[in-house]
Design a protein around this ligand. Structure first.
Ligand code: PNS
Length: 160
């Protein structure tokens, strides 16, 4: 049985994240989605709200919903490996700059925690989508409905 960890800031979760998480469920038996808080970053949604948004999203996937755990985490990623029985970390990569950063984190997590990371190229239709851009567009009054899952669309509607 393979348990995969899909970590991220997910502020907010986008269709690009959802794509990577659903594809991970295609080869892993269980998927732990970890919303990692960063106190030094100003957040659009607090980590606990992002966890709720993922839970709402996963509940809509009635075919595979029982294979997901969604948690908030505030420490090192490698500290999740033993308690959650993680076999592999899975991260999506968009383009070159993403790759450099992910490559370095993968090597570091292997160095400090002995855990392997699998880098999945994002699907082309979402390769330009980033939470930071979504936050900026929302802040400036633009529309992102087609870029985020329905639970996030609803939450954004509540903040307007
Ligand atoms: O959504 P992001 O920004 O790609 O997520 C980055 C994240 C949260 C996965 C990364 O910052 C992280 O792993 N944070 C936890 C702290 C940690 O383990 N740092 C060492 C990384 S090598």
């Amino acid at each position: 049985m393979i348990t995969a960890l899909c970590p991220g800031s997910f502020d907010p979760p986008t269709n690009g994240h959802i794509d990577v998480i659903r594809r991970t469920a295609g080869f892993a038996d269980r998927v732990v989605v970890a919303v990692v808080g960063n106190p030094s970053k100003a957040a659009m949604f607090p980590p606990e709200r992002r966890v709720e948004l993922f839970r709402e999203t996963v509940t809509e996937w009635t075919d595979i919903d029982t294979r997901f755990d969604v948690i908030a985490h505030h420490g090192l990623l490698v500290d999740l490996v033993e308690p959650h029985g993680i076999d592999v970390i899975v991260k999506g990569v968009r383009a070159g700059d993403d790759y450099q950063n992910e490559h370095r984190m993968a090597q570091m997590n292997r160095s400090i925690g002995g855990v392997e990371t699998l880098l999945l190229p994002t699907s082309p239709e979402w390769s330009f989508v980033a939470s930071s851009l979504v936050r900026e567009i929302v802040r400036l009054g633009g529309s992102v409905e087609h870029l985020v899952p329905p639970a996030v669309q609803r939450a954004l509607g509540e903040t307007r």
